[in-house]
Write a protein that binds this ligand. Structure first.
Ligand code: PMT
Length: 408
């Protein structure tokens, strides 16, 4: 964790019960050599005292925009310039809303406006508040501005509810902060996060021929899979894409194996997965193919045409069943009961992770430039709100990397 040595991290604490975890967060970051300055909202002080944060950070805590003495010491503009990363943890629904609107009605939100530093938020709130459309809209606005959304996690909440809304645990936040700095390290000799790793990603649709001119397929454009490939490659992995027929440009420096049908994709995927570190099944594979492809164009007749369909092999399940398997991530494209069906696939296909998307919602999913994912692993659920597929892919690669390092 040398990567944190000398880094200037401004920790914004807002008023949620998870604020009690922040002294531990400050201590862990300081253990790794980071300089920490804390800014608290009025709400935060109801949960934890500035004195505690001052003691663990070794620096005075700032909490007021209009305090002349504090402004003389290190004013809001200086704090905004001092930080090379701002992390708001916990970030309440109210703080998220105010930052999304560009408000500057306390010290923390003013700093967020006045800084050029990257901003990350670790949401923490009741599950119903997290799912509220207003909160989701605010989070999507922030994500679209490249604010990093770390969490929330799922589980039992202080109010007794169970669901999404818990602030990520301190070790997870420390990992994400390290990954942020690793991704932004500028040294030409840098060891990027994924160097030495080999990722195999399926992308795009498959086409199941009916006769020489017709096929069964779907609307996958390959954008989501290619964005994941790009993000993994940029993070230092060597990447192979097994791609169904698409019209988009291949990401730079990735090896692309072009296939047509599910059977071809299956064959290449099993070959490539044998020595892969991570396998991501983003392709929209046809579940069925015709039992016999007609040699000649089928002629129109006045009677109904019956096609006999047989099941295609399940590519991702077969990869997950390999004796020496890569960390295996599936996708779930659903139009209803997302959680139920995604968890069913996670279990049935024996996956390490599954990224579920609602493909019935306009403006995301198939062939869109944007998407939103709910990522399930055996122990966790993480929402990645609507944003560009490129941004989402980066977030997903980070999640996969975190989860994969835990399973080693
Ligand atoms: O390509 P885009 O236009 O960008 O759209 C992205 C996407 C919507 C295609 C993508 O986000 C997505 O959801 N991909 C998975 C589509 C899918 O086939 O989902 P599924 O729920 O039917 O399949 C579940 C998982 O099993 C998937 O990981 C799929 O790749 C895999 N599968 C399915 C059938 C099969 N025979 N073999 C498989 O490996």
């Amino acid at each position: 964790m040398e990567i944190l040595q000398g880094k200037n991290i401004l920790l914004g604490i807002t008023g949620g019960i998870a604020a009690y975890k922040t002294p531990e967060l400050v201590r862990r970051l300081k253990d790794h050599g980071a300089n920490i300055r804390v800014v608290m909202t009025e709400g935060a002080k109801a949960f934890i005292t500035p004195l505690t944060l001052q003691a663990v950070s070794g620096n005075g805590v700032a909490d007021s925009l209009l305090d002349t003495q504090a402004e003389l010491a290190m004013g809001h503009i200086e704090l905004a310039k001092w930080a090379d990363l701002i992390v708001i943890a916990p970030a309440t629904a109210d703080a998220i809303a105010r930052i999304a609107c560009g408000m500057a009605n306390d010290l923390l939100t003013t700093i967020c406006l006045a800084t050029a530093a990257p901003l990350a938020i670790a949401p923490a709130m009741n599950q119903q508040m997290w799912h509220a459309q207003a909160t989701q809209d605010n989070v999507a606005r922030l994500a679209a501005r490249n604010v990093k959304i770390w969490g929330p996690g799922s589980g039992e909440q202080a109010c007794g509810d169970v669901g999404l809304g818990r602030m990520l645990d301190v070790p997870e936040l420390v990992d994400l902060i390290c990954q942020h700095y690793q991704a932004h390290a500028t040294s030409p000799n840098k060891q990027t996060t994924l160097s030495g790793q080999r990722w195999v990603i399926t992308a795009g649709p498959t086409r199941e021929a009916i006769d020489p001119v017709r096929y069964i397929s779907n609307h996958s454009s390959g954008k989501m899979g290619y964005a994941i490939a790009q993000a993994a490659q940029q993070a230092g992995a060597s990447v192979t894409i097994i791609s169904g027929p698409v019209t988009i440009v291949s990401p730079k420096d990735c090896n692309v194996i072009n296939v047509y049908s599910a059977l071809e994709m299956h064959q290449h995927a099993l070959e490539q997965a044998k020595n892969a570190t991570v396998f991501v099944a983003c392709a929209a594979v046809a579940d069925y193919r015709v039992s016999e492809i007609a040699e000649q164009k089928i002629k129109k007749s006045n009677v109904e045409l019956q096609l006999n369909l047989v099941k295609n092999p399940d590519i991702v399940a077969d990869v997950a069943a390999l004796a020496k398997r890569p960390f295996t991530v599936g996708f779930a494209a659903e139009t209803q009961d997302l959680e139920k069906y995604a968890l069913g696939k996670l279990k049935r296909k024996n996956l390490d992770m599954i990224a579920a998307n609602n493909v019935a919602t306009a403006g995301q999913g198939f062939n869109s430039d944007n998407n939103a994912l709910t990522v399930f692993s055996k122990s966790k659920t993480i929402e990645l709100p609507l944003t560009s597929k490129e941004q989402l892919a980066k977030q997903l690669v980070t999640l996969i990397t975190q989860q994969q390092s835990k399973s080693e």
